[in-house]
Design a protein around this ligand. Structure first.
Ligand code: AHM
Ligand code: MG
Length: 336
């Protein structure tokens, strides 16, 4: 039997959504909208490469290591170039910084004139999942350029609370674009037939609780004691374990279904593995905007420390990540 074609009552593309947001602010110059449109174009180009992964020669190592000492996959390099090129063509972009580049890339360095932005990104997060056709994603964070800063890196070193917008694109069974402009989280899915991202959820709310944790349990023996205690408690209390190993896919599931995502300190990564400025901060903004909590463990006084309150000292620094449903984050913190 043929199913009825679903008719969207309201067809809102990412483009029209952004323009509507822009119209709400009379002072808006449209600069941010152009940057988001560059990100949406990049997402379509990268999605196309990911879809053709075994047909085109884009899998495997590019032959170099990135600044983190990790092997770059060919698609990491391609995605990075796509983002730098599309963002670089936007007048409103001053500086970009990427997981794949040791130094920030200055696009325009005149400090006069209109307001400009800095865009930080992980071009293809979880790229080791590519070889097995698993979900991967792009994560981005947008900050205002700090014109008083002495150099490009100093201009970027702002706490996550100052993000103007943040989001991710998940290249999964469909291509999903989740974004927050500081007023909730909206979700779009790429309709390949028309080449546009269509809005499927407005002002997403994360479930308050869900008995599910997401972390690399293989590292359990080197977790600090509190995390091991939490795991023992969760297992005694009937929790499920779900871990893709690609942050975008894991956080996307948690945003929709609830639960907690944790990357604790380990023997190999004593400060945690995930990067504060282009992985933890943007995800923290989305999770908080959806009603969740996003912490970097406890501070020296034993108080829970918000990821977005951390003051970064360098663009590639790492931090502990505990984020998700508010009740589930509280359960973790209780054990630390
Ligand atoms: P990447 O940016 O080099 O792809 O690494 C980040 C990824 C995250 O997507 C994921 O949450 C984490 O690394 C998985 O790490 P592990 O394999 O140690 O569990
Ligand atoms: Mg990454």
């Amino acid at each position: 039997m043929l199913m009825d074609t679903p008719i969207h009552k309201d067809i809102v593309t990412l483009q029209s959504h952004i323009l509507a947001q822009q119209d709400k602010n009379p002072q808006s110059t449209g600069t941010l909208s152009w940057i988001l449109s560059a990100l949406s174009i990049s997402a379509k180009v990268i999605a196309d490469h990911v879809r053709r992964a075994r047909l085109e020669d884009v899998l495997g190592h590019a032959g170099a290591d990135n600044v983190q000492g990790e092997q770059q996959q060919k698609l990491d390099v391609i995605s990075n170039e796509v983002l730098i090129r599309t963002l670089g063509s936007r007048e409103g972009v001053a500086i970009v910084a990427s997981e794949e580049n040791e130094e920030p890339v200055i696009i325009r360095n005149d400090t006069a004139g209109e307001r400009r932005y800095c865009v930080l990104f992980d071009p293809l997060d979880g790229s080791s999942n590519l070889d097995v056709c698993g979900g991967v994603g792009t994560i981005f964070s947008i900050l205002r350029q700090d014109r008083r800063a002495s150099d490009a890196e100093a201009s970027l070193l702002q706490p996550g609370e100052q993000q103007v917008a943040a989001g991710y694109i998940l290249y999964g069974s469909s291509t999903v674009f989740c974004v927050s402009l500081g007023d909730g989280v909206d979700m779009f899915v790429l309709d390949p037939a028309i080449g546009a991202f269509l809005r499927v959820e407005e002002k997403l709310k994360i479930p308050v609780a869900n008995k599910s944790y997401s972390l690399n349990e293989g590292n359990r023996l080197s977790f600090p004691e509190g995390y091991r205690d939490y795991l023992a408690w969760a297992q005694e209390n009937g929790y499920s374990s779900r871990y893709v190993g690609a942050m975008v896919a894991d956080v996307h599931r948690i945003l929709l279904k609830g639960g907690v995502f944790i990357y604790p300190p380990t023997a190999k990564a004593p400060n945690g593995k995930l990067r504060l400025m282009y992985e933890a901060n943007p995800m923290a903004m989305l999770i908080e905007q959806a009603g969740g909590k996003a912490l970097a463990g406890l501070d020296s006084n034993g108080e829970a420390q918000r990821i977005m309150a951390l003051k970064p000292k360098n663009i590639h620094e790492r931090c502990t990540v505990i984020l998700g449903s508010p009740d589930e984050v509280d359960h973790v913190v209780r054990h630390l």
